[in-house]
Write a protein that binds this ligand. Structure first.
Ligand code: ADP
Ligand code: RBF
Ligand code: MG
Length: 155
């Protein structure tokens, strides 16, 4: 897949609030600026990789890039579901991700249960793939171990 691994960092902003309430799968949304900075030929779809909030631990993640055909969004979104249970929300914090692999294109579904079940399959696939050496090695990348000062300066 072209552009992978792809490293990306940005503030967590509010979306439509659908992830946790309707789907039971919260997704941390990136601001428009981060979405617009993706290479223009970066394929929309469902990906997996590694994620860290602030200077926190690095966890497995699944990522959706696109227009959420089930919801017919008019704005492209980049949303990360971190495969970890957090005690609290982390709106406003810096989310760092590396996208390491592609799963499938975005699809429409005939019911919300079908969408949820597809996302759960994606999570299982991501967990398996990320244990393979070529993906596991990116968990240790220096990108995740940058001093706070550099993050604040935006370098
Ligand atoms: P929104 O539409 O505002 O993005 P969501 O329902 O998708 O709302 O919930 C996303 C928010 O939930 C994140 O911004 C974050 O603060 C919080 N959150 C808690 N646990 C997780 C997790 N495991 N992965 C992603 N976000 C999480
Ligand atoms: N939305 C879709 O409309 N079609 C999809 O195929 C789809 N796949 C997703 C896969 C994953 C792993 C995640 C985290 C989200 C996916 N979504 C998909 C986005 C989902 O609709 C969105 O996260 C919620 O609307 C909350 O913003
Ligand atoms: Mg979200």
């Amino acid at each position: 897949m072209k552009h992978l691994p792809y490293f990306c960092r940005g503030k967590v902003v509010r979306g439509f609030g659908r992830g946790s309430k309707q789907l039971g799968i919260p997704t941390a949304n990136f601001p428009e600026q981060v979405v617009d900075n993706l290479p223009c030929d970066f394929s929309t779809g469902i990906y997996y990789g590694w994620a860290s909030v602030g200077n926190g631990d690095v966890h497995k993640m699944v990522l959706s890039i696109g227009w959420n055909p089930y919801y017919k969004n008019t704005k492209k979104s980049v949303e990360t579901h971190i495969i970890h249970t957090f005690k609290e929300d982390f709106y406003g914090e810096i989310l760092s991700i590396v996208i390491t692999g592609y799963i499938r294109p975005e699809r429409n579904f005939s019911s919300i249960d079908a969408l949820i079940s597809a996302i759960q399959d994606d999570i299982e696939e991501a967990k398996r793939q990320l244990d393979l050496p070529e993906h596991l090695k990116l968990k240790e990348d220096n990108f995740f171990h940058m001093p706070e000062s550099k993050i604040m300066n935006g370098h």
